[in-house]
Design a protein around this ligand. Structure first.
Ligand code: NDP
Length: 321
């Protein structure tokens, strides 16, 4: 068979999470290309922190392409409480996956960074070139340093072994299949869960912090579509930010109000300013993305929140929370 006729096996590590399920939904919605086989892994297929488990998975599926999502992830409060675990577990997972991709001649590896790993003291908007320009915010330095090293190693693997490894920098992601834990989840799923309980118990909907911080949120299905585009079309080791435009940045307060509206919550809304706010803003520029895809239209925050709320309400029993 010529190379063009060979089957591509695209393996997604962490395929059962928020982003992985977004990619699965996108692919199942008529976006699978002929000759592609998709494999979505979860921790049940093996513990990627263990080199043996990782090698067995590569032996079994023989992937030609890998989208690497598996990671220990959590919100501000979880990160502050377990820096050692956020560093070590991510370092182990990433080292195993990258080295297996080299050994098993994977043609393309796309890993995930995050805007929350960028220097704390910086100018805005942040872009792909500024990743290593200063220390991250102390609240998540374990996670941040582990993630930053993916970029370092993508360049090193390209230089030394000619590997085609790259990375994506998403802003905050939300959507169906998120982790809706109030204690350890991210802001949107946490607010959705809290608002659900407030409505059910007829208690106030309490938001941690002042509500003033600004964030860019990307809907998981949009991110899925753009990730598949990176896999197929973007071939450069330097990272690419996948984010809504700068003018689509919203305050946590606006997000909370959108959640309340989508949930049809009509009770009292309270901001608990005794809780930490985190970084005030971390505006990311998406010029690089816009150079390639000037007309890509993102799902609006209102529509994305409505779909996420509907999913949570319909799947309350099975949702991670
Ligand atoms: P989730 O927490 O929703 O999913 C994590 C996935 O990783 C799950 O499939 C989980 O499997 C798997 N996993 C975790 N630990 C292991 C392990 N030791 N071995 C094998 N698999 C493991 O994460 P997201 O989908 O939110 O995140 C995907 C990627 O995007 C991550 O790399 C994250 O750092 C990055 N990112 C996420 C952001 C966000 O807002 N959510 C923002 C920026 C970046 P199981 O279901 O079996 O537990």
């Amino acid at each position: 068979a010529t190379e063009a006729n060979e089957k591509n096996v695209i393996m997604v590590t962490g395929g059962s999470g928020l982003v992985g399920m977004g990619i699965k939904t996108f692919i199942e919605n008529g976006n699978q290309v002929e000759g592609e086989e998709w494999v979505f892994l979860s921790s049940k297929d093996g513990d990627m922190r263990k080199r043996d488990d990782c090698e067995k998975i590569f032996e079994k599926y023989k992937p030609t392409h890998v989208i690497h999502l598996a990671a220990k992830v959590g919100g501000l409060f979880a990160n502050m409480a377990a820096k050692v675990e956020f560093f070590r577990e991510n370092i182990l997972i990433n080292d195993n996956v990258m080295e297996c991709c080299r050994i098993y001649n994977v043609k393309k590896l796309v890993s995930f960074l995050s805007t929350c790993i960028f220097p704390d003291k910086t100018t805005y908007p942040i872009d792909e070139t500024m990743l290593h320009d200063g220390p991250p915010h102390p609240s998540n330095e374990g996670y941040a340093y582990a993630k930053r090293l993916i970029d370092t190693m993508n360049r090193a693997y390209a230089e030394e072994y000619g590997c085609n490894f790259t990375s994506i920098i998403p802003t905050n992601i939300y959507g169906p299949h998120d982790n809706f834990s109030i204690q350890s989840g991210h802001v949107i799923p946490g607010l959705i869960h809290k608002c659900y309980l407030a409505k059910q118990d007829q208690t106030p909907f309490t938001i941690w912090g002042s509500g003033t911080p600004l964030r860019q949120f990307v809907y998981s299905i949009d991110l899925a579509e753009l990730t598949v585009w990176v896999l197929r079309e973007y071939h450069d080791p330097t990272p690419i930010t996948l984010s809504v435009d700068e003018e689509d940045e919203v305050s946590i307060k606006d997000v909370a109000l959108a959640v309340a509206k989508a949930m049809k919550f009509e009770g009292e809304i309270v901001f608990d300013t005794s809780k930490a706010d985190g970084q005030f803003k971390k505006t990311a520029g998406n010029k690089k993305l816009r150079k390639y895809l000037p007309d890509y239209k993102f799902t609006s925050i209102e529509e994305g929140i409505q779909k996420s709320v509907d999913w949570f309400v319909e799947n309350y029993e099975v949702a991670r929370k």
